[in-house]
Design a protein around this ligand. Structure first.
Ligand SMILES: *Cc1c(COP(=O)(O)O)cnc(C)c1O
Length: 356
């Protein structure tokens, strides 16, 4: 598979010194939110493969979908411009107009979509379950005009996009190895992560990390925190992505010569570790304990997490540690998947902005 460079890699991995002390664990954070600015966050890695495939197929328009504050939609709009492609976004919500109150919700990513000149179609959120049909009909419209379009599903969490997080897992391994070399001693093996944690939204990030771990026979624990739907649903989503990997198995021959798709699926059915309890009322709905945790980490470490994904994931990780449920996780890597622009939609949340 062709990978098109869109982000700055490797992303930095840094130790959260004070948080580690507080939690009596070693906690590192991988700054995948630093993969760029316009092209920041976890969608950048996935788009490197999805748009690589689109360009191989000589497509000139990319169609994708997301929430009004979708990080994925904004990253896709930026990536398209960088590659000289047109971008058509389908966003779930109503078009903003002058009369709207709470117009803050239309800043952040939505503002950048506009600056980047993406064509936007607004779709009633009740039509979410049939959104792929909407994308297909838009693709037909382009075909009638003689333009070949490529559809990227929500979050670029299909098999091809997920290859970006198989790469990320290997980048994590190389980072550990380099750290040991640099220290000149095996003692620096402190930085060998036993547990890698990420938010689970559309599933591709988790699926890729899990698969990277599997292919490299690493036996790290990959922990996903469900941020919208429940864990049982996400496990099905991840299994679906992994099932579709069968198309891309050539890609794995370098890593694992004896790759066997059925064996991989059997392992996945037994092994996926995604937990519930931190979604709150659902996708993009904030709650005070999570917001307080975001503020706590910001004050302690100068790291800003977002209320939709990484805040819920960090709140989940720290609550699980406090509850004694992660006794076997001593050296943890939290993957910061981005979301800073979406945070601006929460500027009206007093927990985030008031007091210490
Ligand atoms: C999309 C997104 C996620 C979720 O990743 P998935 O691969 O969709 O599960 C996490 N964090 C941020 C900031 C995101 O934009």
């Amino acid at each position: 598979m062709r990978r098109i460079r869109l982000g700055n890699y490797p992303t930095p991995t840094v130790k959260l010194e004070r948080l580690s002390k507080q939690m009596d664990r070693t906690i590192y954070i991988k700054r995948d939110d630093y993969s760029g600015i316009e092209l920041s966050g976890n969608k950048t890695r996935k788009l490197e493969y999805a748009l690589g495939e689109a360009m191989d197929e000589a497509c000139t328009v990319i169609i994708t979908a997301g929430a009004i504050q979708s990080n994925h939609a904004r990253a896709t709009a930026a990536a398209c411009r960088k590659l000289g492609l047109d971008c058509h976004l389908v966003l779930f919500g109503t078009a903003p107009d002058q009369q709207m109150t709470g117009e803050l919700r239309y800043g952040g990513n939505h503002f950048l979509d506009g600056v980047l000149g993406a064509t936007i179609t607004y779709l009633d959120p009740s039509k979410y379950s049939t959104y792929l049909e909407t994308l297909a009909s838009i693709k037909n419209d382009y075909a009638e005009k003689g333009q070949k379009a490529y559809i990227v599903p929500i979050g670029a969490s299909n098999a091809v996009g997920t290859l970006g997080y198989v790469d990320c897992f290997e980048e994590i391994l190389r980072g550990e190895f380099d750290a040991v070399l640099k220290a000149g001693s095996i003692l620096a093996g402190e930085k060998r992560f036993d547990t890698i944690v990420c938010a689970v939204g559309s599933g591709g990030t988790f699926a890729g990390l899990w698969l990277g771990n599997y292919l490299n026979v690493e036996r790290r624990k990959i922990l996903g925190i469900a941020i919208g739907a429940d864990a049982a649903h996400y496990k099905q989503v991840v299994l679906g992505i992994l099932e579709n990997m069968v198309v891309y198995t050539d890609h794995f021959q370098d890593i694992e010569e004896t790759y066997d798709h059925d064996e991989m699926m059997a392992a996945a059915r037994k092994d996926l570790w995604i937990i519930d309890g931190y979604q709150g009322q659902g996708y993009a709905i904030p709650y005070d304990d999570c917001l307080a945790r975001i503020k706590h980490v910001a004050h302690l470490e100068g790291v800003v997490l977002d209320p939709v994904y990484t805040g819920k994931a960090m709140h989940g990780l720290l609550t699980e540690i406090e509850s004694g449920r992660l006794e076997n996780s001593k050296c943890i890597l939290f993957v910061h998947t981005g979301g800073v622009f979406g945070s601006f939609a929460f500027a009206d949340q007093p927990v985030l902005t008031k007091g210490k």
